[in-house]
Ligand binder design. Structure first.
Ligand code: ARG
Length: 595
């Protein structure tokens, strides 16, 4: 379905043309003076320069030409040359009715030419617990993926595990101290390795921090860990077998954690999966003259003349021949192109990794790892801060584990929902349901709190504010959905069925405003996809929830006596609910039935 704004623009452009002006001046925007009009066209101002006349002479003519059009309730020329537009309630009702009839899509068309887009997010490091730093990548990445899916693209999420670094060597060394007799350490062993892992997840989680701590005090220990890492990377059998165990145990645990966040991945690849692609890639870079030695390391220059700041060369191999984070990312691109031939790869990490991605992307293009048409995009997000404005920490000042953070919010939410229940004397709800509801609402609080900010900005993680039922919060959005669900339930309890009829023209200003906001859904969604901007969906549903609640407070819905008017109201409620639910699904959370 064509967007409302494009439909209006078409008409205005046509009138410009009919009056002998270039139609490009007919572009319409959302009004920035909602007290005066709903949409506006400022094109007469620019046209006046070309046609050398006063702007209002043009705006007068255009307004006159629009006057008879059924699309508008009014089209006014206002000095010095604005054209202020109000949509006719009938046209709007028809538009909204067509949206309602288009179930699940609400007038938003899927892409005609679906793209294959890989979203690289999550980025958990194996054997290390997830911490709040991984939260943003998971939340934003999941939403970016879902937005693309909704728009009809072939979206592939890849967790891209950190499974190739020093942490692996540390675990290998620490495990050897504890269980030196394990067969994995016997270099002369040639048989099959056991299928049972030599540790549990809780042991593994304790082994890594212990080893990491030791390596900071003990140089020889650190040396040994680096040696083990290097041996693992050059393919020592026993260590590869240990890596497989570490991976399996970690991934099981990670899946559980991501499940709790309503985050899931199509691919569970890791840095280690890219390793087989490195030798060929490096050889080609050398053969084609892109890679050269510099201070003992193999590098590719990626600086460009137009750079305003220094972009250091991309290091491909260190002087000892070891690969780096950049090497792995480049080889991962090779692997992805081979396996999926993607149109785009989107990466979500902390903003502090921007330079890394500038180097990697330039190197990939320069050395021909990707065709020109492949888009490589890094979305760097800001830091999640505590109320003190500093990076979020535990009360003791340590790095907060994700599980503990979520627990804390679940508890806070449970408290609030129980209070709410008492207030509303909704005491028939079982403890089980209350707990489930608290979890659902808590997740919405966390995700909305994050997603409603532009990704690149830092934000303050404020449990108090995020869990509030009022204001620009996840719980407020859910509360609005729950309110609509409850009205629809009551409507059906009176023996009526939910209407499939069209919605009638607006009966009040608040109803018209609700319709105007609803009508923007498809344009908003397209824009959120174009700009990879989940925060635009949040801003939209906040506006929609507000528009709905104003309408609700001013309108008697269940006691409306005119059946047709009531049906029309209920139709609007159904559409509002459908759009809100679609939007929160795309953001990665859901609403309970009551709360
Ligand atoms: N494991 C990395 C980290 O914890 C994030 C990986 C991001 N993805 C990538 N392809 N580099 O910082």
């Amino acid at each position: 379905m064509k967007t409302l704004i494009d439909s209006i623009t078409d008409v205005v452009m046509q009138v410009f043309e009919e009056n002998g002006y270039d139609k490009k001046y007919g572009k319409v925007t959302l009004s920035n003076r909602p007290d005066l009009c709903e949409y506006q066209c400022n094109g007469a101002m620019a046209a006046a320069k070309e046609y050398k006349c006063a702007p209002f002479m043009i705006s007068d003519k255009i307004a006159e030409g629009l006057a008879g059009n059924a699309m508008f309730e009014s089209a006014e020329s206002v000095k010095p040359g604005f054209i202020n537009l109000k949509i006719s309630p009938e046209y709007l009702a028809d538009f909204v009715s067509r949206m309602k009839a288009d179930e699940g899509r609400f007038g938003c068309e899927k892409a005609e030419n679906p793209k294959t887009i890989i979203v690289d997010y999550g980025g958990a490091n194996v054997a290390k617990p997830l911490h709040v730093g991984h939260l943003r990548s998971a939340i934003i990445g999941e939403s970016v993926k879902r937005i693309g899916k909704y728009m009809g693209h072939n979206m592939i999420g890849d967790v891209h595990l950190g499974d190739w670094g020093l942490q692996m060597g540390l675990i290998i060394v620490e495990l050897k101290e504890r269980k030196p007799d394990l067969v994995y350490y016997d270099e002369s062993y040639t048989g099959e390795y056991p299928t049972e892992p030599p540790f549990t997840i809780s042991e593994l989680e304790e082994i890594y921090p212990t080893a990491s701590g030791k390596s900071k005090e003990d140089a020889a220990y650190r040396e040994a860990a680096m040696e083990a890492t290097s041996e693992l990377q050059s393919g020592r059998r026993g260590y590869r077998a240990l890596l497989d165990h570490i991976l399996k145990v970690s991934v099981t645990d990670l899946k559980k954690n991501y499940d709790n966040l309503n985050v899931s991945f199509e691919l569970w690849k890791g840095e280690s999966d890219a390793q087989p692609y490195i030798p060929d890639m490096v050889q080609k870079m050398k053969d084609q003259g892109f890679a050269h030695m510099s201070e003992g390391a193999l590098v590719v220059d990626v600086a460009e003349e137009t750079d305003t700041k220094e972009i250091p060369p991309c290091i491909i191999l260190k002087s000892d021949g070891a690969s780096l984070y950049s090497t792995t990312d480049l080889a991962t691109i090779v692997m992805r192109v081979q396996d999926y031939n993607p149109d785009a790869i989107i990466y979500l990490t902390d903003q502090r990794q921007s330079m890394h991605f500038v180097q990697v992307f330039r190197c990939a293009r320069k050395t021909g790892l990707v065709d020109d048409h492949v888009e490589l995009k890094h979305i760097g997000f800001g830091t999640m801060n505590g109320k003190d404005g500093k990076p979020f920490k535990t009360r003791e000042g340590g790095v907060m584990r994700l599980e503990y953070l979520l627990d804390e919010i679940n508890q806070e939410m449970l408290k609030k929902i129980k209070e709410n229940q008492k207030e509303k004397e909704n005491l028939d709800i079982s403890d089980d349901e209350v707990e489930k509801t608290a979890k659902t609402v808590a997740l919405a609080a966390v995700k909305y709190g994050d997603l409603s900010n532009q990704a690149s900005k830092d934000y303050v993680f404020d449990i108090e504010r995020f869990t509030s039922f009022e204001g620009n919060t996840g719980p407020y959005i859910l509360y609005t959905i729950v309110r609509i669900k409850s009205i629809l339930r009551k409507y059906e309890q009176t023996g009526k069925t939910l209407p499939t009829e069209a919605v009638a023209g607006a009966h009040s200003a608040s109803e018209k405003n609700l319709m105007l906001v609803l009508a923007r859904f498809n344009a908003m969604m397209e824009n959120a996809f174009e700009e990879t901007a989940p925060h635009k969906i949040c801003a939209y549903i906040y506006e929609l929830a507000n528009a709905f609640n104003s309408f609700y407070h001013e309108t008697k819905i269940l006691s409306e006596e005119d059946e047709n008017i009531q049906k029309s109201y209920i139709g609007l409620l159904m559409l509002t609910k459908g759009i809100l639910e679609t939007c929160i699904d795309v953001l990665g959370f859901s609403a309970p039935d009551r709360m």
